[in-house]
Design a binder for this molecule. Structure first.
Ligand code: GLU
Length: 467
């Protein structure tokens, strides 16, 4: 039934019917999203996960229904799709598709990364942009939500090809971004090298050096210390805080991490520093198991410097083993699982294996790494879950700190930024904890993060009028 036909506000007097109508309101918005965004499964998944968890808030605060906050929230303010033509090393013309979704600018300029991966499409960019709204709100810093990218596959491309692609991508994107408008950064497939090429082209097109237009820049032209490490470090700060709140600690814990990119590597580095032992990591080809504790500096060399496959690790370290395929990584017995690769990495089968193996906590380093079914299963079985929106917000939070430094035209020391990052992560944990408690879901940080992130955006949206 369409909620409009029963007027959710009109039912306020009758508590029972009102509660039914809140559910109907949420379901109607979800149906609209599905109809308007046909086939965009990842986007549907992200919206469903958030919207269902907001039902208790709508019961308490019906003004959000009156103002149609959810209807407005799920519709991006603007979406840009563009052609990215470039010439490969053989002289062939290649064409990719570029995206930027400017989702919500209530609390600040659109902010969010660019992902270069063959899987990137409208659905992926929208799910990431939607998640970014809440994540950025949770940081407590003035940044709205956006995301972008391309179906370009950086794998196997030469440095010059990467440069030409980035230049072409920015030749279109530059019209839509700016330090006070929209500030992209990196994500999968976009690191310091790509940001450098993108920044160079932006500067050339604008004839202006505006460092605040991109974050994740090199340290010599406006980048911030700790930005490279921030998502991984932040994840561990959050997980550590969550464990402490439940009388656990990281000391001596066995950790399995999916992925071996920036997030995974710096999460591994920090968690080892705090006394835990990382026994497995993977890339898209397979995983390595090293019960004696993975040598993170070797992983850094293989993955970040040489850009090789993780298999190399097992060739060098004779006491480790390499297994083809990445899925098996969740069958390894561990205390804490950190999915830091990509979306929907932990499905229901993997979640069952983790529960069977008595995992204590799952910390989401990637964006939406658990399917909704997996997430529910983990929570129902009493597993502590550090949800992505909250737990991986350290990256974008440090991006916002980079923007602050750019505005002030100065830079802070490593210790200064790291301290701010740690405080932000502790605050995010506390906000998620409090919101969960207030809305009757104590210990459920998934719900808590959604609610805490939502409340701020929703109130600002109302205060800025129907726009
Ligand atoms: N791509 C990162 C994320 O998912 C960072 C975004 C940013 O720094 O703007 O949050």
């Amino acid at each position: 039934m369409k909620v409009d036909s029963i007027d959710p506000i009109g039912k306020l007097e009758d508590n029972n019917i009102f509660e039914t109508s809140v559910t109907q309101y949420v379901n109607r918005v979800i149906e609209d999203v599905k109809n308007r965004n046909k086939g965009d499964e990842e986007f549907h998944q992200a919206v469903e996960e958030v919207l269902h968890s907001l039902e208790p808030v709508l019961v308490k605060k019906p003004e959000y229904i009156k103002e149609r906050v959810l209807d407005r929230l799920v519709e991006p303010e603007r979406q840009i799709i563009f052609r990215v033509p470039w010439v490969d090393d053989e002289g062939n013309v290649q064409v990719n598709r570029g995206f930027r979704v400017q989702f919500n600018s209530s609390i600040g300029p659109y902010k969010g990364g660019l992902r270069f991966h063959p899987s990137v499409n409208d659905s992926i960019v929208k799910f990431l942009g939607f998640e970014q709204i809440f994540k950025n709100s949770l940081t407590g810093l003035p940044i709205g939500g956006g995301k972008g990218g391309s179906d370009f596959d950086p794998k196997g491309k030469s440095d010059r090809e990467i440069m030409r692609f980035c230049q072409s991508f920015m030749t279109e994107l530059y019209r839509y971004i700016g330090p006070d408008v929209d500030v992209p950064a990196g994500d999968i497939g976009v690191g310091g090298r790509e940001i450098g090429y993108l920044f160079g082209q932006y500067k050339r097109l604008k004839n202006a050096n505006e460092p605040g237009v991109l974050t994740g820049k090199g340290l010599n032209y406006g980048g911030s210390l700790v930005r490279t490490e921030a998502t991984g470090y932040g994840l561990i700060y959050f997980v550590d805080e969550m464990l402490k709140a439940h009388d656990y600690d990281l000391n001596g814990k066995k950790i399995v991490i999916s992925g071996s990119g920036n997030v995974a590597i710096y999460a591994a580095e920090k968690v080892q520093e705090l006394g835990a032992c990382v026994i497995a990591m993977c890339d898209s080809n397979g995983y390595i198991l090293d019960e004696s504790g993975i040598d993170i500096s070797l992983i850094k060399k293989i993955k970040l410097v040489e850009r090789k496959r993780i298999k190399e690790y097992a060739d060098i370290k004779s006491n480790s083993k390499y297994y083809e395929g990445q899925k098996g990584i969740w069958s390894i017995k561990c205390d804490i699982a950190l999915p830091c690769a990509t979306q929907n990495d932990i499905d229901i089968e993997s979640a069952k294996l983790l529960v069977e193996n008595k995992v204590i906590a799952v910390g989401e380093g990637a964006n939406m790494p658990c399917t909704n079914e997996a997430l529910s299963y983990l929570l129902e079985n009493g597993i502590l879950v550090a949800p992505a929106k909250a737990a991986n917000a350290g990256g974008v939070a440090t991006s916002a700190l980079e923007m602050s430094q750019n505005s002030m035209r100065l830079s802070w020391s490593f210790e200064e930024v790291d301290e701010k990052l740690k405080n932000i992560m502790v605050n995010i944990f506390n906000a998620s904890k409090e919101a969960a408690k207030e809305y009757g879901a104590e210990g459920n940080y998934v719900v808590g993060a959604n609610i805490a992130g939502f409340l701020k955006v929703a109130d600002v949206m109302i205060s800025q009028g129907i726009i």
